[in-house]
Design a protein around this ligand. Structure first.
Ligand code: CP
Length: 292
């Protein structure tokens, strides 16, 4: 594995290797990297979790993190993504983690770039490190993927998490269902009410309504969205024993989920954040080890 760009390009074997290394890191095993590598995090879109989690992970596996402030970089003077990354390569970087607003921005980095590229989110495209930490959270909970009913609910067409998770979970044998307003289904076949989904779901994964990506604002009040598509207190009571709630966050409390459910017994929302550090350690180690 030279880069991590999209879950489409990962085999089940590569996924399971990363999850196994994440588990080893969680158990306290050290990094297998033979030397110190230089990495930078290029975030051209806002982030709290992914950016800090990658930085923690990079330090944990012994990397030197070179500061890069996307909002104060020469990208603002019109420098291309290719020239930015090639410049960092010449300075001595071994890997870059990139989040950008353009779908598949990484296509211009496929030829002529020798640093490892980790996609931390491309527009409404993919978010592979989030997907891998979601898979790790599910694997820790159920010990398998085969046969699980996983309901992904919310702003499907704008969600890179929905697309990344759906590809991987289906390859691993899970039964993935979508729930959203008809306008937000994109290319997916989606349900538009909870009736056939709430009682047999093993995982309910809620997605943030991404107002910033909507060209035309959907005419939903917070209350009406919550009542129709959100995880309400009443719906949580219908979930089966052992079923869990996930959300990649940030959360719109009271919109996609009742605020009191965010830290309820079923919720793994903050556990996902914790798991993200181990998974990103595994991603960084796997890519850099491939260069040894
Ligand atoms: N889940 C996620 O990508 O969160 P951030 O936007 O805070 O990184």
């Amino acid at each position: 594995m030279k880069n991590l760009l999209s879950m489409e390009y990962l085999s089940n074997e590569e996924i399971l290797h990363i999850l196994a290394r994440a588990s080893a890191f969680e158990a306290g095993e050290p990094s297998q990297l033979a030397r110190k590598y230089n990495v930078a995090n290029l975030f051209f879109e806002p982030s709290t979790r992914t950016k800090t989690s990658f930085e923690m992970a990079e330090r944990n596996v012994g990397c030197t993190v070179i500061p890069f402030d996307a909002g104060f970089s020469s990208a603002l003077k019109g420098e291309t993504m290719y020239d930015t990354v090639k410049t960092l390569e010449m300075i001595g970087l071994d890997a870059v983690v990139i989040r950008a607003k353009e779908d598949e921005y990484y296509n211009e980095l496929l030829e002529g770039i020798n640093v490892a590229v980790i996609n931390a989110g491309d527009g409404a495209g993919q978010h592979p490190s989030q997907s891998l930490l979601d898979l790790y959270t599910i694997q820790k909970e159920f010990g398998k993927f085969e046969g699980l009913n996983i309901t992904i609910a919310g702003d499907i067409s704008h969600s890179r998490v929905a697309k990344s998770d759906a590809i991987a979970l289906e390859h691993l044998g899970a039964n993935v269902r979508f729930l959203c307003p008809p306008e937000w289904a994109g290319d997916f076949e989606a349900h538009h009410d909870w009736d056939d989904l709430i009682e047999d779901s093993d995982v309910i994964m809620l997605l943030r309504v991404q107002h910033e990506r909507h060209k035309v604002n959907k005419d939903f009040s917070k209350e009406s969205y919550h009542a129709q598509y959100g995880l309400t207190l009443e719906r949580e009571k219908q979930m089966k024993d052992g079923a869990i709630i996930m959300h990649p966050a940030p959360i719109n409390r009271g919109v996609e989920i009742d605020t009191t459910l965010v830290e309820c017994e079923r919720s793994r929302i903050f556990e996902q954040v914790r798991n993200g550090v181990f998974v990103r350690m595994a991603i960084v180690e796997t890519l850099l080890k491939g260069r040894e």
